[in-house]
Design a protein. Structure first.
Length: 128
């Protein structure tokens, strides 16, 4: 028997089996089974799956948040104010960034850190 003929026979057998199962009444399929117990079991399985998926999402979110917090703290601590001012000054002359017209010398250290953080975030997003 050729391979193609064998595949055709298997395909027709599977189609006939599927049609027979679809035509079969539920009472025959569930014969001897407690329908209420099966329904409860199914609902419990779905509830447990949702609970488990929620816990995994929450754990992944926590890990991502903690990693981003640690990463931003490390970056802020590593960069001196002088270096941050140099980065901002370079960004003022870069056409990719639009910075408000004010003197870099008049900015507080807090403003310099905030703007530096924004610039580095934009650059990292752009690199991705």
């Amino acid at each position: 028997m050729s391979h193609m003929k064998q595949l055709e026979e298997q395909d027709s057998f599977l189609k006939a089996l599927a049609e027979e199962l679809l035509a079969m009444p539920e009472s025959e399929i569930l014969e001897g089974e407690d329908v209420a117990a099966l329904q409860n079991e199914k609902e419990n399985m779905i509830a447990m799956a949702k609970l488990s998926a929620g816990r995994r999402r929450l754990a992944a979110g926590r890990l991502g948040y903690e990693a981003s917090q640690q990463g931003s703290k490390v970056k802020q601590e590593e960069v001196s104010i002088a270096m941050a001012r140099q980065v901002i000054e370079a960004a003022m002359n870069d056409s990719q960034f639009t910075l408000a017209a004010r003197s870099l010398g008049e900015m507080s250290d807090e403003d310099v850190r905030r703007i530096y953080k924004q610039i580095t975030q934009l650059q990292s997003k752009q690199d991705k």
